[in-house]
Design a protein around this ligand. Structure first.
Ligand code: PEP
Ligand code: MG
Length: 777
């Protein structure tokens, strides 16, 4: 074998393997390249990789340098069979001379193996589970040194992670293919709908359709929020001018530092100092000498600045992701965020977040929590996203800020050019790109109507919600961010009916500690000056993920490990949050709400954690509110059935209709394909709501409906008719709901509700309610 220390051999081979991965297109090609490289570097005639199949029992030859090509993909052995199988079975290195004389030796005709006189096999692992074996063989009899074994072990470790990642990517790719097939079908349906139902020539070609998230009509220039450049977009450039690349890097670093300081300041103002701390970490990374030296070294060896950045940040991200310590693992997200911003600056991409030059319509694929925190809300007149989740951050932000928004607008990023004229008609669900003069005039008129209506609503802000026959209906706000407090107060909310605490968790780099949470909750409680604030415990999972808390991959996340289930399985995190809520309770009327309760055992388990939290605070001598009303979300059908029993455990119910509808009707709340099944007026849903309302009334428990169905006039009428007297909704809906209430008589609504509860057809119900609403004007 070539004279080279095996340590050096391991390291250079690892580097080369990294490079090979970049050149390969799929796992098969990567493995083929690896075996060729390893055989060459180790000076062996054969290097082969066997992977364990899905059955967990069969090892199949997946790549080989030296064995017959025909054997690849064909030769398969059971774990324990042959020397390769022995390495997998016993999970250990197998180094043998004259393998043919070993009792476990097995001959495969296809490979032509008899010529080889030494064998070294090392198992590959995914965590602790064997996933394959890498083996080398030589023609000459050779005793592998411990250094060679150690070098091949290091390589085996890297090959393992390549295989695991590639399998992961494959499964993601499969899912993506499936999704895009659905998307194509959907697009077809949409196209035929557009062609069928619209008079020819009424709109230009570039009229894109979407789903209304918050209504209104606005026009303005497009602020296109490009996706931040990804590391995979960068290719290597050869023969670069080292001096120039270093200068480019310096300029980008400087720009990114300034942006980061700016972001830190802005988030501190809009959210809190604690939320802004993440950007401080980013600044430290930008100043870190170790990181910078490595990037310089890459440039000095002839690579372009973007490539050097990709390489070094990529290495750090991988390394962090592999860490055992969860804190260090979380740093991968920081590296990724800052790396992407640096790349964008290197490539001369304008940062969408920082340069909204004037008011306009934001067009994005999706808006992430950190974007949401940093965006200049004042400049955003409308929001258009390609992503379509009803409950995405963009939707929730748009609603709470009262910004007209359209989601699920396919092709928006492709069709819209920055600074192009747009009309966003979030009443009928259309985005007009570069509209004709005729369309512009028509929409100016609509826009004026809209702002006149807005003006008219001002007077309702300060009034109490009352029906025309004088029945009080309390309208509270759904909030998630500190900036929502102002919006809620401006819209005349009676406190908070639902504080989604997952939002502050989402905008951070790690779990906030007890004090951070306490200060945040305290700010909210004090912000509402004596009005009640219902704080819901963490409701992650489903479609709400935390960047630093990787949930297990689940076939069906909405039916999976989400919400209170996650909290109860992470008792420390749960207790910490409860302690913070109890502490905030000293500063105003706080209620505590548990999401997704489906059994009595769960609410009892939550109460046990409250008892622990109290005992803890008492032991520490920390002040807290002794009496805090407790509530459960009724959002799972089981909770509807168990309402009388649950009522004995708590003080109030919160009707979470967003989830209740999806679970009752088996229709994913975010899936456009089953949108027509997601029907708030389905007789079964109305029956369930009626049932819960009755239980609450009979057992004298509080009841607040906080799902989106409370802000739709038609469903609102039915709910008031059922006797619901407390609603929590996105703040901008509050004044218009008060205005609506003025036109509704509680007596008439009760009569209407009786009528519809006797109907079995939701279309009939809808038509009936529509007529009733019209009658009341
Ligand atoms: C609901 O499910 O109706 C609800 C209010 O909670 P979320 O939308 O946060 O799931
Ligand atoms: Mg819910």
């Amino acid at each position: 074998m070539p004279q080279r220390s095996s340590n050096q051999l391991g390291v250079t081979t690892l580097e080369d393997i990294s490079a090979l991965i970049l050149q390969s297109h799929d796992l098969t090609e990567t493995l083929r390249n690896i075996v060729t490289l390893v055989a060459k570097r180790m000076g062996t005639e054969v290097c082969s990789i066997y992977l364990i199949e899905e059955d967990g029992e069969t090892l199949r030859l997946r790549a080989s340098k030296g064995l017959s090509r025909r054997a690849v993909g064909k030769v398969a052995l059971k774990i324990g069979e042959g020397l390769t199988g022995l390495a997998a079975e016993q999970r250990r290195v197998v180094a043998i001379q004259e393998p043919q004389s070993h009792p476990r030796y097995r001959y495969f005709k296809e490979t032509g193996e008899e010529r080889f006189h030494s064998f070294l096999g090392i198992p590959l692992f995914d965590r602790k589970t064997p996933i394959g074996v890498i083996a080398i063989q030589t023609k000459a009899t050779r005793q592998f040194s411990s250094e060679e074994i150690s070098a091949l072990s290091t390589i085996a470790f890297q090959v393992s992670s390549i295989v695991v990642n590639a399998r992961l990517l494959d499964s993601i790719r499969l899912k993506e293919e499936e999704t895009s097939r659905f998307a194509r079908e959907l697009e077809q349906t949409r196209k035929s709908f557009l062609n069928d139902s619209r008079p020819a020539g009424e709109v230009r070609e570039k009229a894109l359709r979407g789903r209304v998230a918050y209504p209104g009509v606005v026009s303005g220039l497009a602020h296109v929020m490009d996706e931040k450049l990804g590391f995979t977009d960068i290719l290597d450039e050869a023969g670069v001018d080292v001096g120039k690349e270093r200068e480019r890097l310096e300029a980008a670093l400087e720009k990114t530092r300034i942006q980061t300081i700016f972001l830190e300041k802005r988030v501190a103002e809009r959210l809190s100092q604690d939320d802004a701390a993440i950007f401080h970490t980013h600044l430290m990374i930008l100043e870190d000498r170790g990181v910078l030296e490595k990037i310089h070294r890459e440039i000095d060896s002839g690579h372009s600045a973007p490539y050097a950045l990709k390489k070094i940040f990529g290495d750090y991200i991988d390394a962090f992701k592999r860490m055992e310590d969860p804190y260090l693992r979380e740093r991968a997200a920081d590296m990724e965020d800052i790396g992407r911003r640096l790349l964008a600056n290197l490539a001369g991409q304008e940062s969408h977040v920082l340069h909204l030059k004037g008011p306009g319509i934001l067009v994005a694929r999706e808006i992430l929590p950190s974007d949401m925190a940093a965006l200049d809300h004042e400049q955003i007149r409308g929001i258009v996203t390609e992503a379509g989740e009803q409950n995405s951050h963009a939707v929730i932000m748009a609603k709470s800020l009262g910004i007209p928004a359209l989601v699920a607008v396919r092709g928006a990023l492709k069709e819209v050019v920055p600074d192009e004229n747009l009309i966003l008609d979030a009443n009928s669900g259309y985005l007009y790109v570069a509209p004709t003069q005729r369309v512009i005039e028509e929409y100016h008129r609509l826009e004026e109507d809209c702002s006149r209506e807005q003006h008219k609503l001002e007077e309702f802000r300060e009034q109490q919600g009352r029906t025309s026959d004088g029945i009080r209906v309390v309208l509270r706000a759904n909030i998630g961010l500190i900036s929502d407090i102002d919006v809620a107060l401006r819209n005349g909310a009676n406190g908070v009916g639902l504080y989604r605490t997952e939002f502050p968790y989402m905008t951070r780099a790690s779990f906030p500690d007890r004090d951070e949470q306490y200060h945040l909750y305290r700010r909210v409680v004090e912000g509402f000056g004596g009005q009640p604030v219902t704080i819901r415990t963490l409701d992650i999972g489903g479609d709400k993920a935390l960047p630093y808390f990787s949930p297990p991959r689940e076939e069906n996340p909405f039916m999976g490990w989400r919400s209170v289930r996650v909290s109860l399985d992470n008792r420390d995190i749960f207790r910490t949050q409860i302690e913070a809520i109890l502490m905030a309770g000293q500063h105003g009327p706080v209620k505590m709400l548990f999401p997704m309760i489906s059994s009595l055992e769960e609410i009892r388990a939550c109460k046990a954690v409250i008892a622990e939290a109290r005992a803890n605070l008492r032991r520490e001598g920390v002040g807290f509110a002794e009496e805090i009303p407790l509530g459960v979300m009724i959002e799972v059908p089981a909770a509807v059935m168990l309402a009388p029993q649950l009522a004995l455990e708590v003080d109030f119910f919160a009707l979470g209709t967003n989830d209740l509808i999806q679970y009752m009707l088996a229709a994913d709340r975010n899936n456009p394909l089953v949108n027509k099944y997601y029907d708030p007026l389905h007789p079964a849903v109305l029956g369930a709501l009626r049932q819960v309302t009755r239980v609450a009334k009979k057992l004298e428990k509080g009841l607040c409906l906080c799902g989106e169905m409370g802000s739709d006039p038609i469903t609102f009428l039915a709910l008031v008719g059922m006797g619901i007297r407390e609603f929590s909704m996105p703040s901008p809906f509050i004044p218009r709901t008060k205005a609506l209430l003025k036109t509704i008589s509680a007596r008439e609504a009760r009569r209407a509700s009786k009528e519809i509860l006797a109907m079995a057809d939701s279309q009939q119900i809808r038509a009936y309610l529509q007529r009733e609403l019209k009658k009341s004007g």
